[in-house]
Design a protein around this ligand. Structure first.
Ligand SMILES: [Zn+2]
Ligand SMILES: [Zn+2]
Length: 688
């Protein structure tokens, strides 16, 4: 941003400075008696308006003209409107002609002044563009179906005329309220409604929050998938699991290439991330160029692959970028994300420190950079490397086969062979860095891993930070491992982990290079999106050009403005076992109910001809009370149920539904009065 602005700003920038000098006294004077001048404001403003009107062409192209001849409005304003403070800059509509030059006069903070000046310049630039050549173009619709105000299930739909394509197709893991749910998918209703338009899916990189829903989507709509080599390798694995391998068209792309998807042209730009082969997209649309960064960071010394192609982002920025959708994951963190090389240095130290112990490194199963570092450190210290955890074994296979992971000759061994080596000659890489209950590390911690038992002779490095929400589970695993006597290195004790996402300074570099007209922070919770928006604001993007979106909210860009307001379906589809979408809010409510208060089943056999009880009622309870200590209460409950049924028989209630409801109600109030609990009650009636 900064680089280009001066060009546009030059005449303007000079203006505020001079007028500042002239006007500071006035501003101060005004501050002393704030009230009165505020009221008088209108007059000077009008004065300026008239003046400007007189000086300039009647056609109200004020900002443009003013920028061209800054001297005129400056003097006019300085003389006529020394006290016109901030108002004009905000209520732009009412008095658009008052020139920016005098506006900052009474603004106090310098930083704010500068920021506003930059924003103003950007606005001016915008107006000028509008005036000169910018006309509304064929609108493009950008629709995030996931990934906003949440972490995970990233999907963005691009739609223009009769063409549509998706960027990423991710899933997310269930939160603690989704009992028994395995994973959560985005809602594709809108895409399926437009299935004839869909030209393909473009994937930025191989993380689960970007490819996890792909197989589920492709089962509903088989369209080509475009991705880089490693990403495709990981996708192929997923398709195999779902029996789709060979049935889907997979197209390998590479950075600097461009593909055509209907009226869109999608260009791939190399970025750095915690998984190799990640790309950003420059989407050339009829309305202008939209850049979607995907997940990225700037690493000048990546372990695998090349450095992010900053030059290309700058080139596009120079030509004009309509919109930027940028990764907000680390928008709260100041500074730069350290390079992966810092982890290499830490590993070196720790491997030395571990001496005669076995080393176990836990990390994300997709972090191939980290695995490469472990292999190199192992080779240096004469150790062999084995891999534990299914997803990790998969990643190692794919990435070695494709040549991304290059373990030194002879370093890798099978996990079944570890006992043939002395502990000090082995490094084990494992999943479970987030304390996931079923992961290899968790099982080692609880002593039920089939091949590895942890002892005081283990040196364990957790090479990942807990994802927010996972701190407790990670803590539990660390406690258990330490109790077994192992040394555990975790969190920030050493630099054993660096993030894969850009921190604030890197986000600013991206904004500065691409200089977008409109900015959309994406990939994050609200607080992260908001912080990212704040960075853009500070860099001079006008607030009205920054949009914090929501899943399902449509943005329509026509090159000049952004239309909002339309909403498409964007819920979450829950997957439990083989069922996709069959677990909804009612099922979840029941599961929660069962989990909190338990279950009572009342079984009664009734003679269908006269309504008399033949057997029962019998009461079975699960998760409600400990039966042996509550026999009296359950006997009494049986009596309550019996009386209720007999009462119904007397009243000739023959509708079983009605009878069940009455049994449920009477038992419910009985149990509540005795226990203050509300178990789920299931009356079962057998008719003979
Ligand atoms: Zn990622
Ligand atoms: Zn992501």
């Amino acid at each position: 941003m900064q680089k280009a602005l001066p060009k546009a700003e030059t005449p303007k920038k000079a203006a505020p400075k001079t007028s500042e000098k002239q006007g500071n006294g006035a501003a101060r004077a005004q501050n002393e008696k704030q009230d009165a001048p505020q009221k008088q404001q209108k007059q000077p403003k009008q004065g300026a308006k008239q003046q400007a009107g007189k000086q300039q062409a009647p056609k109200q192209q004020a900002p443009k003209q003013a920028a061209k001849q800054p001297a005129a409005p400056k003097t006019a304003a300085a003389k006529q409107a020394p006290k016109a403070p901030k108002k004009p800059s905000r209520g732009g509509k009412k008095a658009p002609v008052v020139v920016g030059a005098t506006i900052e006069l009474s603004e106090p903070g310098k930083a704010r002044q500068a920021a506003e000046a930059r924003q103003d310049a950007a606005k001016q630039q915008g107006r000028r563009r509008k005036g000169q050549k910018e006309q509304r173009k064929t609108p493009v619709r950008v629709i995030p179906l996931g990934g906003l105000l949440e972490v995970g299930k990233n999907v963005t739909v691009y739609e223009c005329m009769d063409d549509m394509f998706l960027v990423d197709c991710g899933m997310t893991f269930p939160d603690e309220n989704m009992l028994g749910v395995d994973l959560v998918l985005p809602d594709f209703t809108y895409v399926m409604k437009n299935r004839d338009k869909v030209r393909g899916i473009v994937i930025t990189h191989g993380h689960e929050d970007h490819i996890g829903a792909l197989a589920y989507f492709l089962k509903q709509l088989n369209v080509p998938v475009y991705a880089t080599r490693l990403t495709l390798g990981l996708i192929e694995n997923k398709l195999r699991e779902h029996g789709l391998y060979g049935k889907v068209k997979l197209v390998q792309i590479a950075p600097q290439e461009t593909i055509k998807l209907g009226c869109f042209e999608v260009e791939f730009i190399r970025v750095n991330h915690s998984i190799p082969d990640a790309v950003a997209l420059a989407i050339h649309t009829p309305a202008g160029v939209i850049i979607q960064t995907g997940d990225f960071k700037i690493d000048y010394t990546p372990i695998i692959g090349d450095i992010i192609d900053l030059a290309r982002f700058g080139e596009l920025g120079g030509k004009g970028v309509l919109a930027l959708l940028s990764d907000s994951t680390n928008a709260e963190r100041p500074g730069f994300t350290p390079t992966e090389v810092t982890v290499a240095e830490s590993f070196d130290k720790l491997f030395k420190q571990a001496e005669h112990k076995r080393i176990i490194v836990a990390t994300f199963s997709s972090n191939i950079h980290r695995m490469q570092l472990v292999c190199e450190a192992a080779a240096k210290y004469g150790r062999k490397v084995a891999v534990s955890g299914r997803s990790m074994v998969n990643t190692v296979l794919v990435s070695t086969e494709l040549g991304y992971l290059k373990p030194p000759e002879g370093v890798m061994i099978d996990i079944d062979d570890i006992n043939r080596y002395r502990p000090e000659d082995v490094v084990l890489i494992t999943t479970g860095s987030q304390g996931e209950p079923m992961s290899a590390l968790s099982r080692m911690a609880s002593g039920d891993h089939r091949k590895v038992s942890v002892t005081a002779n283990d040196f364990i490095i957790i090479s990942a930070n807990p994802i927010p929400g996972n701190e407790k589970t990670v803590g539990r695993v660390v406690n258990d491992l330490m109790r077994l006597g192992a040394d555990v290195i975790y969190e920030r004790m050493y630099e054993v982990h660096v993030s894969g996402h850009a921190c604030q300074e890197e986000l600013k570099i991206m904004l500065a290079l691409t200089k977008p007209k409109f900015f959309f922070p994406v990939h994050g919770e609200y607080k992260q999106l908001k912080r990212h928006a704040g960075l853009a604001l500070a860099m001079g993007i006008p607030p009205e050009n920054i949009f914090i979106g929501e899943n399902g909210h449509v943005f329509e860009l026509d090159g000049v403005s952004v239309k909002t307001g339309e909403i498409v379906p964007s819920g979450r589809i829950l997957v439990d076992g083989l069922g996709v979408g069959d677990v909804g809010s009612i099922v979840l409510r029941d599961r929660k109910h069962l989990g909190e208060d338990g279950l009572i089943v009342v079984v009664t056999t009734i003679d269908g001809t006269n309504g008399q009880i033949v057997a029962g009622p019998d009461i079975i309870s699960r998760g409600f009370v400990y039966v042996r200590e509550a026999e009296d209460m359950l006997a009494e409950a049986r009596t309550v149920a019996k009386q209720t049924i007999e009462g119904c028989t007397k009243k000739h209630v023959s509708d079983w539904g009605n009878l069940k409801t009455q049994v449920r109600d009477s038992l419910s109030s009985y149990f509540y009065s005795r226990t203050k609990r509300s178990p789920m009650i299931l009356p079962v009636i057998q008719e003979v």
